[in-house]
Design a binder for this molecule. Structure first.
Ligand code: GLN
Length: 526
């Protein structure tokens, strides 16, 4: 039997609903339950694939090729589950489904309305109707009170009515601290709960985000003003690391409280030994190793999975990876030495468009010629390839077709399948593809296998007609797709670590299973 947990947020955004949802998922998993976590976002875009990272942070890609919200990255990193296109739904997708159905005539002449047609479609996707999971956790994007999220809340209200004690509502709010009064204020929480109640939803569990510890008195007050059991008022204090959150939630018994709400026997508290071992390593990983992140989006969330993958690999290597963002638009041949000074390793970021591309090429040249370990991902790998053509193969005009230039040496070319595409959304080469590794290559050694599968998001590719030339000059194509023969990995074996991947390994690094490429990169530079 599947049970449903709905996670909403109130008062302000950015409270960390994704972390709380992931923590709940992970705690239930630790008790042996099969879970999944899905995100419902109230915007009209069909998916975040067409959004600028400045709008929405990183675009996370599922194994089955859906471009999704970065919270799915948290879900995977915390729980190790593999999400799919079912785990990410937007208002746009809901409306598109309903409108397409209307055009086909499936509604037999009825007037199509938000209630019941839109809400029915939302409910259908929330329920999933597969018996695969014990718990489906649904996180609702946005903040209670937003006009856009109203249909999602109406759907939750209906589902709670229909499902009875098979549905639990968890509401995350903020308790501000007023310095002048030296007081923690619960009024915004009371208002947020009232707003939920006004929509017919009584939250079962409240998670209070706070920068200061909340006394039992404060929790008691919230419990009685909001009709919530005291054991169901949990606080989420600022933690040194997001990975401490599940432990704090477990100590306060959020998982037990949720199980009791469902009427499920609670049983013993699981030990979560590997998680604690990881946290122990994290506490001791204090020696800093400096990594330059060469990219164009000066925003923490824009390279979220890369940052987390480096961080996790650092912890397992017993070091703290200190990431320095280096804006590729500002990198020139004159200042590159100064910009990369002190970096033990450099990661050249993925990206789209031509802005900042030359800076990435200059950085790649500098790190190659100074033998600084370098990791290029997607566009980063492509820039390593162009740099090599310009400065080693002697093609000064070498370029990528993405750079809007048609030169005789487009060493990065548009993929055949991408040539006549006019629609932007969801049309790239997306999701996991198989890749075969050359037996005696560095990457095969790192992966400990010659057959891997990794996630992609790109339109351009290494131009295979140059393979022999590259290989003769020392850059090897050590990973290839077995079906299409696309080059997925390049490496210069003579260097300490100079590897570029057309795919995105950062999407599959998890807390308990850090990605081998990131592990080896950090091991080399530490
Ligand atoms: N813009 C490049 C392409 O489409 C690289 C994409 C990326 O870095 N994700 O191929």
């Amino acid at each position: 039997m599947t049970r449903y947990i709905f996670v909403t947020g109130g008062v302000v955004s950015s409270l960390g609903k994704g972390i709380v949802s992931s923590s709940i998922g992970m705690l239930l998993q630790a008790r042996g339950y099969k879970i999944t976590i899905q995100k419902f976002d109230p915007y009209i875009n069909i998916d975040p694939g067409t959004l600028n990272p400045y709008e929405h942070g990183e675009c996370y890609v599922t194994v089955d090729g859906m471009e999704t919200d970065l919270d799915l990255g948290h879900y995977e990193r915390f729980t190790g589950i593999r999400t799919t296109r079912n785990n990410s739904v937007t208002t746009g997708r809901i409306y598109k489904t309903v409108i397409d159905r209307e055009r086909r005539g499936d509604y037999l002449g009825k007037t199509i309305q938000v209630v019941p047609h839109i809400t029915d479609e939302i409910k259908h996707r929330m329920r999933r109707d597969d018996d695969e999971f014990d718990f489906v956790i649904t996180e609702i994007g946005g903040t209670i009170g937003d006009i856009e999220s109203a249909p999602f809340l109406e759907a939750i209200r209906q589902l709670r009515w229909e499902l009875g004690n098979k549905a639990v509502s968890v509401h995350l709010t903020y308790v501000p601290y007023l310095k002048a009064a030296d007081e923690l204020k619960t009024k915004p929480t009371q208002h947020s709960v009232k707003e939920m109640q006004g929509m017919g939803i009584q939250p079962d569990v409240l998670v209070l985000r706070t920068e200061k510890h909340l006394s039992d008195g404060v929790r008691q007050k919230v419990a009685s003003f909001c009709n919530v059991d005291l054991e169901c008022v949990v606080q989420s204090e600022d933690m040194p690391s997001i990975y401490d959150v599940p432990v704090s939630m477990q100590t306060q018994g959020i998982d037990a409280a949720i199980l009791r709400k469902f009427g499920i026997p609670v049983g013993e508290r699981p030990s979560m030994a590997s998680w604690h071992k990881f946290l122990e390593l994290q506490r001791h990983a204090t020696r800093e190793v400096h990594v330059g992140l060469v990219g164009k989006y000066d925003l923490q969330d824009a390279y979220k999975s890369i940052r987390e993958s480096l961080n996790l690999a650092g912890i397992y290597n017993e070091v703290k990876v200190k990431i320095h963002f280096i804006n590729s638009e500002e990198v020139t041949a004159d200042n590159v030495a100064q910009k990369l000074e002190g970096m033990a390793g450099v990661l050249i970021c993925p990206g789209f468009g031509t802005r900042g591309i030359e800076g990435k090429i200059i950085a790649a040249q500098y790190t190659r010629t100074h033998d600084i370990p370098t990791f290029g991902i997607c566009l980063g790998m492509q820039m390593m390839v162009i740099e090599f053509a310009r400065n080693v193969l002697g093609y000064a005009d070498a370029n990528s077709k993405e750079m809007d230039t048609e030169t005789p040496h487009n060493v990065i070319d548009i993929m055949e399948s991408q040539k006549n595409i006019t629609n932007m959304g969801g049309t790239m080469r997306l999701g996991a593809y198989k890749c075969n590794l050359l037996a005696d290559s560095r990457v095969a050694e790192i992966y400990g296998s010659c057959e891997i599968s990794e996630r992609h998001r790109h339109r351009y590719e290494f131009n295979n007609k140059y393979i022999d030339e590259y290989e003769a000059h020392g850059m090897k194509c050590t990973g290839r797709n077995p079906e299409s023969d696309l080059v997925e990995i390049v490496e210069i074996p003579d260097k300490k670590w100079y590897i570029g991947t057309q795919f995105h390994p950062e999407y599959s690094s998890t807390v308990l299973n850090p990605h081998p490429l990131f592990m080896d990169f950090v091991k080399t530079i530490k």
